[in-house]
Write a protein of this length. Structure first.
Length: 396
């Protein structure tokens, strides 16, 4: 498997045409026009060319070739892990999988902007952010295999467990951020959610509380343009980042396929939070290259032309072009990374298949602090049900 599994093709239309953005213009912001979606922060074009930006250059001007290679490595290995998980689900090893294909730059760029003492509240697709926080990739798979409820201690990496309920983690993040502020700490909180979740009431409530209490939280929306089969234009008449204005805090739209821009924009937002300047809404404008989950068929609601246009803006290929043009990486680096990618795939496969089945009676633990008669009754009924299988096998 090659590291650039979504090879670029010539787009049939501008890859940002749905949003009114330009894919190749050598400027990081477009001029606002009536009726058009504008204000896209970009530091790397799809062709891998560096773009100057007076506001955000300072956040990446000191970045070293080593760190650039590190960002590339993060994206490649995250994509390989994601591809392996998708394959495992297709082979019946996982019950479900939510792929991040195409969103690597948004997650790695924002994830590497965080400090160790910052706290992350993810949804269920932030595999790249989990990678940045040091969560073992195999731990992410236990929940999707049905053998645990998450597989890691949130406080070990300041990375909360995956949240399946759409949008609820933004409330948790806001409350946690309010607590951080009351404690006088200078750390920040970041909440990840998608364009679909932006229509949930929980998110609106989070915006209200964060604004009123000046909470040190960054709302990071990965706008991959499809809430399952619902396109963004069916949910909002304005770009999502502009919603922040109505709540009284800034919003910014960043090219979600540009890892440098995502890094810079998130660093600025986190800096504001730590300095007591309150929340920021970051809209990472990207694209979901695959299905919403492995139970979804995206060909039923979107065409190949749209996907092909976005393949030309592949985040990994974009950074590779920049690395090669700048002589920051050679073929030896890419070959070693390919071998590391293969090794990661093997480790993931072996780890998943070796996961033990959970204790069938663990579901009755920790339901009540002091126990409960009804739970005891249900446990006994379940024990009898389990025993019936053994009796049936013994009678054959």
């Amino acid at each position: 498997m090659t590291v650039e599994s979504t090879a670029a093709r010539k787009p049939r239309r501008s890859a940002g045409s749905k949003a009114g953005t330009t894919g190749t213009k050598r400027t990081s912001r477009t001029t606002p026009k009536k009726g058009a979606e504008t204000e896209l922060v970009q530091l790397l074009t799809p062709e891998g060319e560096r773009v100057e930006n007076a506001e955000y250059d300072r956040y990446v001007e000191g970045i070293t070739p080593e760190r650039l290679r590190g960002l590339y490595r993060d994206m490649v290995l995250t994509r390989r892990f994601d591809a392996e998980a998708t394959s495992l689900q297709r082979q019946g090893e996982l019950g479900l999988w939510a792929s991040l294909l195409g969103q690597e730059a948004a997650q790695i760029g924002s994830g590497r902007a965080l400090r160790d003492d910052d706290y992350v509240f993810p949804t269920y697709r932030e595999h790249g952010v989990a990678w940045c926080r040091g969560v073992d990739p195999t731990n992410l798979l236990g929940m999707f295999r049905g053998v645990n409820n998450g597989g890691w201690d949130p406080n070990s990496n300041n990375f909360q467990l995956y949240t399946i309920v759409i949008g609820s983690q933004t409330l948790h993040a806001t409350g946690y951020a309010m607590g951080v502020a009351k404690d006088g700490a200078d750390s920040a909180v970041i909440a990840y959610f998608g364009d679909g979740a932006s229509s949930q009431g929980d998110v609106a409530e989070s915006f209200t509380f964060a604004a009123v209490y000046n909470a040190p939280v960054v709302f990071f929306c990965q706008n991959n343009q499809w809430a399952i089969s619902e396109p963004t234009e069916k949910q909002t008449r304005v770009p999502l980042y502009q919603r922040a204005q109505g709540f009284g805090f800034p919003g910014v739209r960043v090219d979600g396929n540009d890892v440098l821009a995502c890094l810079a924009v998130t660093q600025q937002a986190l800096e504001r939070a730590r300095n007591g300047e309150g929340p920021t809404l970051v809209e990472a404008f990207t694209y979901r290259m695959g299905a919403h989950t492995t139970s979804d068929d995206p060909t039923r609601y979107r065409g190949d032309e749209e996907r092909q246009a976005w393949e030309a803006k592949d985040p990994i290929l974009r950074l590779r072009r920049y690395l090669e043009a700048s002589n920051h990486a050679d073929e030896g680096f890419f070959a070693e990374l390919e071998a590391e990618s293969e090794a990661l795939g093997r480790r993931v496969r072996e780890a998943v298949r070796a996961m033990p089945d959970p204790d069938h009676f663990a579901i009755f633990e920790n339901v009540y602090a002091d126990g409960h008669a009804l739970v005891d009754e249900e446990r006994a009924q379940f024990a009898a049900y389990q025993a019936s299988f053994a009796d049936a096998e013994g009678g054959q």
